[in-house]
Each structure stands twice: as C-alpha cells, then as structure tokens.
Design a binder for this molecule. Structure first.
Ligand SMILES: [Zn+2]
Length: 316
C-alpha cells in the first residue's frame, strides 16, 4: 500500500543500511530539512533545524534487508522530546503491545524494558523481577519507581550478560541511529532461549502512506520497518521469530486512519505519487475532501489494523 516506496532504478553506495550494513541501497525520495522544520513548527511549535545536520535528507531503502532509513539519521535531544510530549495529540500510543508482551511473560521471569519512559508497562509487572532503562532523567523522576534507572543499554549489557528471560522494546527502535548495535546489546542481555519483544510503527500500515506527518521523520523517527524486515531478522541476528501481530484498529484512531486512507485513495485516483511532504493546493483539497468523507463515515479505508506491530523472538 506504500505507493511512495517505489524506489528509483539506480543504486546508491553513499551510505550503508543501519541494520544489515549493506551498501546496496536505493533512494526512495529526498526531503528538504527546511520543509521538515516547517511541519514541526506547524504541528508542535518546535524548530528542530539545529538537530538536522544536512539541508537535504534522503530516504533510502536497503535492497538487501528491506529496512528504510533516513540519511542522515539525525535524532532528537531531550529538549526536543520534552517539547513533543507536551503536545501528545499526535502521539499514537498503543497499549496493544503490552497485552502481547504480558502473554509472553511467565511468572518468575526476569524482565528488562529498554526505553521504560514514565513506567506504564512497569505498573503491569508488579509480580515479576523487572528493570527499566531510561535515558530521560525527567521520565525516571516521573516514574517514581526504583526499578527504572537512568542507564543506556550499551552500559547495561556490559554488566548484565544473559541476565534476563525477556527484553522488551516498545516504540524505541525507530528512534535509534544504530539499531544493529542496539539490538545486539539487547540480545546480549537475554538468556539463551529467552525472548525479545519489539513493538514499533509498521511501515506496512497506513503509517507508510502519511503525508506531512513529521513524527515519522527525523529527528523523531529515523527508520521505517516493513513486516518483511521483522520476519527476516533471524538472518542477521541470533533470533527466531515466534509471533508477528498487528494491533487491531484502535477506536480512537478510526477517524484519523479513515481520513489518511481517503487521502491515499485520492492521490491514487489522480495517479499522483505519494510524497512524504506536500504543501500543494492538491494536498489541501484532498485533505478537505478526506475530512468530509471521514466525518460522514465513508468506508474510505479497508484496513482493520492500527499502525503498530509487535514481533516476538526467541534467542537461539
Ligand atoms: Zn539492510
């Protein structure tokens, strides 16, 4: 469904894939940093220009593993995240992955959550051994849970090899500049036969078609994950996929997803490629029509899934 993901026919060897390190990548599209900043200003009243290191930002697809990466993969700092979190209307939080994870965690399992935030998942694990890692001191303070500590996975992995039965990453991996190293550090912490649970926005969902949606761009998200990448992770890392589950369509997202689906259909109807950013009159008109369609409940989208996917692996 990701029309914009049609790649150009030439290969680029300028940068390598952030996951498999192949240099066999193809340019999907390029964006002006100034346009990304314009979107952040419009939606969040933030100017992230100091965080973006290049005037042009490329979106590349790895032709070896399928991961889609922004280049350069510039990420936000704590001030950026604090500002974003003040306006949470654009955050599409998902609790579905918590339920998927809880079904995988047995009594007595020792659980590590990387990116524990203010402790929402921790609250559900009162009867397990639990450790949460978090890099925001504000979030650690807000969590007020002695089990959540201010530490990176890199440092934690050094002192906790094979210490955990389950390691969870909820909405973290897409924010990471070096997801390969990050995953290797997580896996190092898992006992042989233990589980790694990864939840992130799926680029095979409606998320992959959104226009003018800055949260799926640097300095917020720097990678996009099709299901095929999650399915084939075992070719790169010592992991065996046990489960891949898309969340059901959350009721609070129905209107948003209908509207986004309607916009995608209008672009398709007029045979227009779907850009990541579009300030044209055509986009404005499409949005107005889509808003009307979503208000009257036209079946403008056929999906029954939300934007998030959860993958469960066994370390082997
Ligand atoms: Zn790759």
């Amino acid at each position: 469904m990701t029309g914009r993901m049609t790649v150009k026919t030439y290969n680029s060897t300028v940068t390598s894939c952030l996951l498999c390190h192949s240099s066999n990548t193809a340019e999907v599209t390029s964006l002006r940093a100034s346009d990304i900043c314009r979107l952040y200003r419009r939606h969040f009243d933030i100017d992230p220009s100091s965080l973006l290191s290049a005037g042009t930002i490329y979106l590349r697809k790895c032709l070896a593993c399928g991961l889609i990466c922004f280049d350069p993969p510039d990420t936000g700092n704590s001030e950026f995240y604090d500002r974003i979190q003040r306006n949470n209307s654009y955050y599409m939080e998902s609790k579905h992955e918590y339920h998927v994870a809880l079904a995988q965690i047995r009594e007595g399992d020792n659980v590590l959550e990387v990116g524990a935030g203010s402790g929402n998942f921790a609250k559900l694990l009162k009867n397990n051994q639990y450790t949460g890692l978090e890099l925001s001191s504000k979030a650690v303070k807000a969590a007020n849970d002695g089990r959540i500590i201010l530490q990176s996975i890199q440092n934690h992995a050094i002192s906790h090899p094979e210490a955990y039965d389950v390691v969870c990453l909820f909405q973290v991996l897409e924010h990471i500049t070096d997801p390969r190293q990050f995953l290797e550090d997580c896996i190092r912490c898992i006992k042989t036969g233990g589980k790694l649970i990864i939840a992130l926005p799926s680029s095979d969902s409606i998320m992959g078609t959104l226009i003018n949606f800055p949260l799926d761009m640097p300095p917020h998200h720097v990678t996009r994950w099709p299901d095929s990448v999650l399915r084939n992770m075992g070719k790169l890392l010592p992991l065996q996929l046990l489960l891949l589950q898309h969340e059901p369509l959350p009721p609070r997202q129905i209107r948003f997803i209908r509207r986004s689906g309607a916009i995608a259909r209008i672009y398709k109807l007029f045979n227009r490629p779907m850009p990541l950013i579009d300030f044209s009159l055509f986009k404005k008109c499409s949005t107005s029509i889509a808003v009307l369609a979503s208000l009257v409940g036209l079946p403008a989208v056929s999906t029954d899934s939300g934007v998030h996917v959860t993958a469960v692996y066994r370390k082997g």
